[in-house]
Design a protein around this ligand. Structure first.
Ligand SMILES: NC(=O)c1ccc[n+]([C@@H]2O[C@H](COP(=O)([O-])OP(=O)(O)OC[C@H]3O[C@@H](n4cnc5c(N)ncnc54)[C@H](O)[C@@H]3O)[C@@H](O)[C@H]2O)c1
Length: 262
């Protein structure tokens, strides 16, 4: 329970889903955590950590606004004495809009939050971490960033951008001791995907969700949090610039029809 003992972590998008689960796990593993989200429910994440005996501070802010990101890094340093881990996780789906109905406004919104917001968190976290000569930055990309079929066009482009961001940033940070990696979740039950699950439950077709991956089930936010914990911790000390798929095996195959025995 002490994987992150003595470390400080910042988690964006921590009011819900993957960010919330990761903040809770980081705190349970000993980290002092700053949680940022534009949703006021982020206060509940911090309160839950404190109620369990951990240390957490909540900030309601916009992860795509540079002053909010810089402010959250500054808060971690002021209150907890440094920043060892930054999980740039906040994101939006942008919906599934047909190609010819896509707009500049929608692309701008999705890229601004999913890609530029992730860049801002990486930049400001790295600025602090380089001075300490250590640190781990984690970004939530998606299997949608690997190939088509897991999200809308701007969403998929934004997540491919996040994968490129960690590759280029890892090299920009060469020699600093700061690592940066991405996680590519498959289908995870969170606030973002709740409508998919609710529609399937209403139709009685819940068992069909996640059947395209070899584990034949959707994932839970806690399963992504465990990978984030690994990347945050010294256990991943030689993992850098990578996009780690946590998707039940979904991204390993081209789509084919498999005749299952069971
Ligand atoms: N759920 C999935 O199947 C899945 C799959 C692949 C990738 N992801 C990615 O995981 C990340 C977390 O999403 P989730 O699935 O936990 O969804 P979620 O909706 O449960 O959580 C996302 C959180 O990010 C916050 N957020 C969004 N925009 C923000 C902004 N500008 N500033 C501050 N906070 C903001 C939301 O308020 C929310 O609390 C996202 O980057 C998403 O793209 C999710």
């Amino acid at each position: 329970m002490n994987t992150l003992h003595g470390k400080t972590a910042l988690v964006t998008g921590a009011a819900s889903g993957i960010g919330r689960a990761s903040a809770l796990l980081f705190a349970a593993e000993g980290a002092a955590v700053v949680v940022l989200d534009r949703a006021p429910e982020v206060e509940a994440t911090a309160a839950e950590i404190r109620a369990a005996g951990g240390r957490a501070l909540a900030l309601i802010g916009d992860s795509s606004a540079e002053q909010d990101i810089a402010g959250s890094v500054a808060l971690a340093i002021k209150e907890y004495g440094g920043l060892d881990v930054c999980y740039a996780n906040a994101g939006i789906s942008g919906g599934l809009v047909p190609f010819f109905e896509e707009t500049v406004a929608r692309w701008t919104e999705v890229l601004n939050i999913n890609l530029i917001g992730t860049f801002l968190a990486a930049k400001h976290a790295a600025l602090a971490m380089v001075k300490q000569k250590r640190g781990s930055i984690i970004c939530t990309a998606s299997v949608a960033g690997l190939r088509s079929g897991a999200g809308g066009m701007p969403y998929s482009a934004s997540k491919a951008g996040v994968i490129s961001l960690v590759q280029t940033a890892a090299n920009q940070l060469s020699g600093t001791g700061v690592r940066i990696n991405a996680i590519c979740p498959g289908l995870i039950e969170t606030g973002m995907t709740r409508p998919i699950f609710e529609r399937a439950r209403a139709r009685g077709s819940e068992r069909k969700i996640g059947q395209l991956n070899p584990l034949r089930r959707p994932g839970m936010p806690e399963e992504i949090a465990q990978t984030a914990l690994f990347l945050a911790s010294d256990a991943s000390s030689y993992v850098n610039g990578q996009a780690v798929a946590v998707d039940g095996g979904l991204s390993t195959s081209h789509p084919i029809v498999i005749k299952h025995e069971t």
